[in-house]
Design a protein around this ligand. Structure first.
Ligand SMILES: *Cc1c(COP(=O)(O)O)cnc(C)c1O
Length: 395
């Protein structure tokens, strides 16, 4: 590199000079990149769909994927959906939730939107500073006679304090619906995290740990609930002439289900690679003052869906300065979850959106950056990202 005809300092950070002096542009690095099987592996499934002409409405791939997911995730009842958001909307309908629901402002906006789509008033409660999940110690103070449920999020796939939440829900007669969009495959005390609460809703969106292009699922505790959810996702039909409820179209197509079956074969390997990257970041950033890797506090993190760091005041750059510096190196991180959901126009006038009541969530939203993590990310790129953070953080 020293003998290169180009002075490296003159290069845009995204360019590099190879041994022979040719200038190549590094491909940009994004926060995530979807996992896909080889196209050839998908073609036989496509052929099968073409020949059968069964495209959707609970076809063979759909039913096989439901069974395979139950087995993989260690749960008994799954209803596949077109996406997680319709799953959340339907879960609230299935449990006839109304009035007010306690939830977290530190999430993707679909969590709270699913409440508004049901004419339910979201009540935002602050988060725990270590897990960044809904803080159970603050839930009871937010319960009113109108409260009917709690909708927590296993943020970044890190488990909520499910025992504390269940205790509160039981003593106040509230339902619990987990937004488990990040929690695919996460285990707690040796069993699936998805068994907690009345329902859990997964996302199989392209950006998630397990994807079916678009997709989602509701995990139910019993066959009767699953059956009702299956009616709700199919317009409320129970047979070809009977409609029992104003359901929606939330069905997963055969294309998505066929992809899911293939993806399931590679998901352990994908999570194992994510784990390696997670470990590499944690080791590389351990000594960088002011950079806190979320999850260092020892909570169990099993799927490595994200790699969130908090840029604290001891770091020489602000969060946004670091975000821009990485961007200048063509490394495109995301500030999940900034802005807070409670700051969006349709929520900010709610009494519970007052920043005074949400200090921990506001601080996290001001400090967080999610670093790139996905199976195809190279160690070289991980090391380059670590080096940028270390150098900018050097006193
Ligand atoms: C991705 C995501 C959703 C929405 O999932 P879709 O499948 O895209 O509808 C909901 N909640 C959270 C926390 C998410 O990250």
């Amino acid at each position: 590199m020293q003998d290169s005809p180009f002075d490296l300092r003159d290069l845009a950070p995204s360019e590099r000079s190879d041994e022979d002096g040719t200038l190549t542009r590094r491909p940009p690095v994004y926060v995530t990149q979807p996992v896909l099987p080889p196209l050839e592996d998908f073609l036989p499934s496509l052929r099968e769909i073409w020949e059968s002409k069964v495209l959707t409405n609970g076809g063979p791939f759909h039913d096989r994927l439901e069974a395979a997911l139950c087995e993989y995730l260690g749960v008994e009842h799954i209803s596949l959906f077109t996406n997680c958001t319709i799953g959340l909307v339907t879960a609230l309908q299935a449990l006839r939730v109304s009035g007010e629901v306690i939830t977290t402002p530190y999430s993707f906006t679909a969590t709270a939107h699913s409440l508004l789509w049901n004419r339910i008033k979201p009540v935002f409660v602050d988060i725990d500073p270590h897990t960044l999940n809904l803080d159970p110690a603050r839930i009871e103070a937010a319960i009113t006679p109108a409260t009917t449920a709690i909708m927590p999020v296993h943020c970044y796939g890190h488990p909520c304090d499910v025992a504390a939440i269940e205790k509160i829900a039981r003593s106040h007669g509230l339902k619990v619906i987990y937004d488990a969009a990040h929690a695919f495959g996460v285990q707690l005390h040796g069993s699936s995290l998805l068994k907690h609460g009345d329902l859990s809703v997964l996302s199989f969106h392209a950006t998630k740990v397990f994807n079916t292009f678009e997709g989602g699922a509701i995990v139910s505790p019993d066959a009767q609930t699953k059956n009702y959810i299956d009616q709700l996702k199919n317009f409320g039909f129970v047979d070809d002439v009977t409609v029992v409820t104003p359901g929606i179209n939330g069905k997963m197509s055969e294309f998505n289900a066929a992809l899911g079956l293939l993806q399931l074969g590679g998901v352990d390997q994908a999570i194992a690679r994510r784990r390696e990257i997670d470990k590499r970041y944690r080791q590389g950033l351990r000594a960088t003052r002011g950079i806190h890797c979320v999850g260092d506090a020892g909570e169990r993190v099993a799927n490595h869906a994200y790699f969130p760091i908090l840029v604290r005041p001891e770091y020489p750059l602000s969060r946004d300065q670091l975000y821009k510096l990485l961007h200048a190196h063509d490394i495109h991180t995301r500030r999940y979850f900034y802005p807070l959901v409670s700051s969006f126009e349709m929520y900010r006038d709610l009494p519970s959106s007052d920043p005074e009541g949400l200090p921990v969530a506001h601080r996290a939203a001001e400090q967080v950056i999610c670093l790139p993590i996905y199976p195809a990310l190279s160690n070289e790129d991980v090391d380059r990202i670590i080096a940028i953070l270390q150098e900018a953080g050097a006193p």
